[in-house]
Write a protein that binds this ligand. Structure first.
Ligand code: NDP
Length: 276
């Protein structure tokens, strides 16, 4: 199965479906990421703060898959934001991953209270120029944070990775980003299991109509909305199931019914006020 790719605003290609490893136990990460690579995933989303970059790196090394066939994202943690600290953060991540570059490096949260995301992003422009990362972007940025980056650095981030699932569809932010060429990545794409997404009638009706699971319907909804998505699972059957989403297509009516579930319901922190 070949996963569709999207072309980022810097010309690099990204597989639209990947595998997320938030809350994957570091001791289990090599085994679980190996299962994902075996299932066909070629895009892994990790972060320094997940504590499992070593396991991701070991699975990649053990897979024997050529480096240029795997898209790897990691993220700079909030305490490492700053002109003098960002370089140490990416060097540590690369060392843990056992890689000489990542494909995408993100500022994990804006933390507007710190007021360091502009200088951090400027450092990341240098990392890109040096080849430590192919692409640079941000995560959990709201429109004013993005606007400030554009105004003060002149560089358009390739990606904004944001909480996005049917109850929190982020339409306004996506509409702001799209004309700028900022691609959207969905985190918590299955709602992190924190509400009964898989019991919603719009989801169960589509699952029944296509003979697939509710999770597969929701992943398909992300893909057909044009966003990049990397569901997490530590369960072998679900790892395989979540990748098996290219044998059916949701109708316009099914997409519209799932779109109608949007009620501005976050399951995670608000980036404007988060202080971790
Ligand atoms: P998800 O929305 O992907 O939900 C994961 C949960 O769904 C787990 O409990 C998992 O269970 C369950 N699940 C997975 N597949 C299925 C299935 N087929 N059927 C039923 N349940 C299923 O949440 P995440 O927060 O993990 O988001 C995905 C990725 O996004 C993260 O792994 C991370 O890479 C990224 N992320 C980024 C953030 C950021 O701030 N930038 C914040 C949060 C996440 P189980 O594992 O037991 O199978």
């Amino acid at each position: 199965m070949t996963v569709p790719t999207l072309t980022l605003n810097d010309g690099h290609a990204i597989p639209q479906l990947g595998f997320g490893v938030f809350q994957v136990d570091p001791a289990e990460t090599e085994r679980i990421v190996s299962a994902a690579l075996e299932a066909g995933y070629r895009h892994i989303d990790t972060a320094a703060v997940y504590g499992n970059e070593e396991g991701v790196g070991r699975a990649i090394a053990a897979s024997g898959i050529p480096r240029d066939e795997i898209f790897v994202t990691t993220k700079l943690w909030n305490g490492d934001q700053g002109r003098d600290t960002a370089r140490g953060a990416i060097e540590t991540s690369l060392e843990k991953l056992g890689l000489d570059h990542v494909n995408l490096y993100l500022i994990h949260w804006p933390r507007p209270d710190l007021d360091r995301y502009v200088e951090t992003f400027q450092q990341m422009e240098a990392f890109k120029a040096e080849g430590l990362t192919h692409s640079i972007g941000v995560s959990n940025f709201h429109q004013p944070h993005l606007q400030r980056l554009l105004d003060e650095t002149g560089t358009v981030p390739a990606i904004n990775q944001i909480e996005l699932h049917p109850a929190f569809a982020q339409r306004a932010l996506r509409e702001f980003q799209e004309p700028l060429g900022i691609h959207t990545e969905s985190w918590g794409p299955l709602g992190q299991g924190k509400y009964d997404l898989f019991g919603e009638k719009a989801v169960t009706d589509a699952a029944e109509a296509h003979g697939v699971t509710p999770a597969q319907v929701v992943i398909r909804w992300h893909l057909q909305n044009g966003v990049i998505v990397f569901p997490k699972s530590s369960t072998p059957e679900r790892i395989v199931q979540n990748f098996d989403v290219f044998g059916f297509e949701l109708t316009g009516d099914e997409i519209a019914a799932i779109d109608a579930l949007d009620r501005g319901q976050r399951v995670g922190a608000d980036p404007d006020t988060a202080t971790f």
